[in-house]
Design a protein around this ligand. Structure first.
Ligand code: PLP
Length: 350
C-alpha cells in the first residue's frame, strides 16, 4: 500500500513531447518559444555572474521585484517572483484548495491547469472554447457554484490564441467573489492585453506572467505573479525563499536593462511574420483560429501528412486536437523563418 494519497498515485505526469527537439536540426515551432537566442547583454550577464565566483552563494534577489513592478505598472507590494509561471499557477491552486473544491477550466487549454487541479483533488468543470465565440463566458458564469474555488482565464489562451476582455474578467470576478480568478498572461508582450487594472479593486484576481516566451529564457524558469498586497503576502508564505534560480534573476535583470530588444522581436513576429503566415493560410484555404499570440492553430487537410512533411524539411510543429479534429499549432518566428516554412509547405500543396 502506498503512503502517497491515492488520487496522486492515480495521476499521470504532465510530459510535454520533448524528445528529439534538436535546435541544430530543426526550427522549433512546437512550444511557442522565441525562435532566436537571447540578447548578447543577457548572455554576458550570465557569464559575468559565474566568473565572479558567486555560484556557491544562496540566491539574493536584490531589487528585481521593484524593477518588475515598474515594468508591469503595479505597486511593488502587489508582485512576487516565481519559478516560471507554472509555479505561480500552482501556488494559486494550492492556496485556494479545500474539500469539495471545484475548478472551472475552459478547454482546450494549457495542461498545467488540469495537473494542478487534479493534484488538489478538485472537481473539474470544462466549458469549451469555440472558434466563433472564443472564451465560453456564459457557460463559465453558469458553472459557478458555492464550491467553485478557482476559475481560469488563459489570456490569450493556448492553443487557440483568443482573448477575454477586461470587462468580462471583471464580470467573472464579481460573479465569484469566493473564488480565485487566475488570469494567465504568459504571452503578455505579444497580446499587450492585461487585467492589471483590476487588482486594486478585485481582491480575487491573480495574474501570472513569465520570461519564458517573449523574453526567451524558458530554461531558466522565471516568472512573476501579481495580486492584492494581502494575497501576495499569503502566497509568499507558500513559496520557498530560494525557489527562483539566481541565474534567472541575473538574466531577467539584464533583459529588463534593454526591453527594446524583446520589443523588436515581438514587432517582427506580430506585425510582419504572423500577417505573412495568416495571409498564406487564407490563400491556401486553411482554417485557423484568430490569435493574439505568437502561434496559430490551424486545421489543414491531412494534418499528419503536413506535420511529417514539415518535420522532414526541418520544422517541428505541435499537433493539438479540437473535438475529433487534428489541428497543428504553429509558433510564429522571424519573417525569414516563416518564408522558409511557407516555401516548404507549398511544395506539399502543388
Ligand atoms: C498559457 C501558458 N501558461 C503558462 C505556461 C508556462 O510558462 P512557464 O515556462 O513560465 O512556466 C505556458 C507554456 O507553454 C503557457 O502556454
Amino acid at each position: 500500500m502506498s503512503v502517497i494519497n491515492s488520487h496522486i498515485v492515480a495521476l499521470s505526469a504532465y510530459k510535454p513531447p520533448l524528445e528529439g527537439r534538436n535546435p541544430n536540426a530543426f526550427t522549433l515551432l512546437d512550444f511557442n518559444e522565441r525562435t532566436i537566442p537571447v540578447a548578447e547583454n543577457v548572455k554576458r550577464a550570465l557569464h559575468d555572474y559565474i566568473d565572479a565566483g558567486r555560484l556557491q552563494m544562496y540566491p539574493a534577489y536584490g531589487d528585481v521585484v521593484a524593477r518588475l513592478a515598474a515594468y508591469a505598472e503595479v505597486a511593488e507590494s502587489q508582485l512576487m517572483i516565481t519559478n516560471g509561471s507554472d509555479q505561480g499557477i500552482d501556488l494559486v491552486f494550492r492556496a485556494v484548495s479545500s474539500s469539495n473544491a471545484e475548478a472551472i477550466i475552459p478547454g482546450p487549454s494549457f495542461a498545467m491547469y488540469h495537473q494542478c487541479a487534479k493534484v488538489e483533488a478538485m472537481t473539474l468543470r470544462e466549458p469549451k472554447y469555440t472558434q466563433k465565440g472564443g472564451y465560453p463566458l456564459v457557460e463559465v458564469l453558469s458553472a459557478i457554484n458555492a464550491n467553485t474555488r478557482i476559475i481560469v482565464v488563459s489570456n490569450p489562451n493556448n492553443p487557440c490564441g483568443t482573448l477575454v476582455s477586461v470587462e468580462a474578467i471583471q464580470q467573472i470576478a464579481d460573479a465569484a467573489p469566493h473564488a480565485a480568478i487566475l488570469v494567465d498572461e504568459c504571452y503578455f508582450e505579444y497580446s499587450r492585453a492585461t487585467a492589471v487594472s483590476l487588482i486594486n479593486d478585485c481582491s480575487n484576481v491573480f495574474i501570472t506572467r513569465t520570461f519564458s516566451k517573449t523574453w526567451g529564457m524558458p530554461s531558466l524558469r522565471f516568472g512573476y505573479l501579481m495580486s492584492s498586497h494581502e494575497n501576495i503576502l499569503a502566497l509568499c508564505n507558500v513559496r520557498g525563499p530560494y525557489d527562483i534560480n539566481q541565474l534567472a534573476v541575473v538574466a531577467a535583470n539584464a533583459a529588463l536593462d534593454d526591453p527594446s530588444e524583446t520589443q523588436s522581436y515581438v514587432t517582427e513576429v506580430m506585425e510582419k511574420a504572423k500577417p505573412l503566415v495568416e495571409s498564406w493560410l487564407d490563400s491556401a484555404g486553411i482554417n485557423y483560429w484568430k490569435s493574439q499570440a505568437n502561434y496559430l492553430w490551424c486545421f489543414p487537410d491531412e494534418p499528419e501528412k503536413v506535420g511529417d512533411h514539415l518535420q522532414q524539411h526541418g520544422f517541428l510543429v505541435r499537433p493539438k486536437n479540437y473535438n475529433d479534429q487534428v489541428g497543428l499549432r504553429i509558433t510564429i518566428g522571424t519573417l525569414e523563418q516563416m518564408h522558409r516554412l511557407i516555401d516548404v509547405w507549398e511544395v506539399l500543396l502543388e
